[in-house]
Design a protein around this ligand. Sequence first.
Ligand SMILES: Nc1ncnc2c1ncn2[C@@H]1O[C@H](COP(=O)(O)OP(=O)(O)OP(=O)(O)O)[C@@H](O)[C@H]1O
Length: 343
Amino acid sequence: MLKVNIDKTLGNFKLNVAFLVEKGIVGILGPSGCGKSLTLQAIAGLLKPDSGMISVGDRILFSDAEKIDIPTRDRKIGYVFQNYALFPHLNVAENIGFGLKGLAKKEKHNKISEMLEMVQLTGLETRYPNELSGGQQQRVALARTLITKPDILLLDEPFSALDQHVKKHLELELLDIIKQSFSGVVLFVTHNIEEAYRLCDYICLYERGVNIQYGKKEEVLASPISKAAAQIVGCENVLPIDTVEGTSVLVNAVQLHLNRAVATRTRYVGIHSYDIAFIPKKNGINTFQYTITSIVDGIDHATIAVSINDILLKVRVSKSLVTEICKKELILYLPPEKLILMD
Ligand SMILES: Nc1ncnc2c1ncn2[C@@H]1O[C@H](COP(=O)(O)OP(=O)(O)OP(=O)(O)O)[C@@H](O)[C@H]1O
């Protein structure tokens, strides 16, 4: 279990985060400069908080109240960066074995061979980092970290320097390796909600130095708590509410019905572009005639911008529906259970 509750002021920036992770892989998401990397640095002991506490299980790594600040090398934290940070003058085997201290030569050799096999680099042990591809370097970085048997694994945008096609393949493969060989908490910083959704169990959202939402990935995606949270999870339709009326809201004089009561303090209603539907014409709640303002063609889908009573909505649809949608043979439907309420 990882517990973090810290404050740190750096110039104009204030970091103020508190979360508790029981187990699993947590995706940390938020705009650039919101404090994701600083949080990892504080956990790793590379940045000293002004106050608060960091603990792993019953091991306290940092506590200002108890004057504890365990040095980085003794924290048992594995840290993998975007730029791999391999030692250029050491070959693959030497890089992987670097953190193994006090072992007999044979035992060290066996552990390195085991790791090489796990990250599928057997045969490349005498190569130097500049003779490896980005994906291979990242495997070495992961192997070098896992071999030390850390309690917590911190991954700071580990795939962002890789090509798109290498990235998708490698991230699933490395995740498999992590799942097989590592049972502790993993914190995974990323900018990409799809990547977080694919790889993580939980999602933690950051805004300006504060973690604003934490939960199971499905829950956070389905119910971002604020406009900022909705933006981070890629919700493209967030509309300011004019009036709340029981189980419905008014937006630009358009009534939207929900499947639940709406608190009067609710300020925004949102819906993911992929949750809006085009259905055969019939009268019912939340069905609307629409005007198309633009169509962006994707490989396996299209994103259609539509307007209903001056409300602009982005709708992600299957390409096979585009012709019918353009001919206005369908009607736009906002399913009440898919509408997200935000304070
Ligand atoms: N040593 C420092 N002195 C002053 N400000 C700093 C220092 N280090 C970081 N910051 C500021 O703290 C803020 C948070 O930085 P951090 O690196 O954690 O952001 P991030 O969320 O990881 O961003 P990105 O997604 O772009 O990597 C930034 O505004 C950054 O400029």
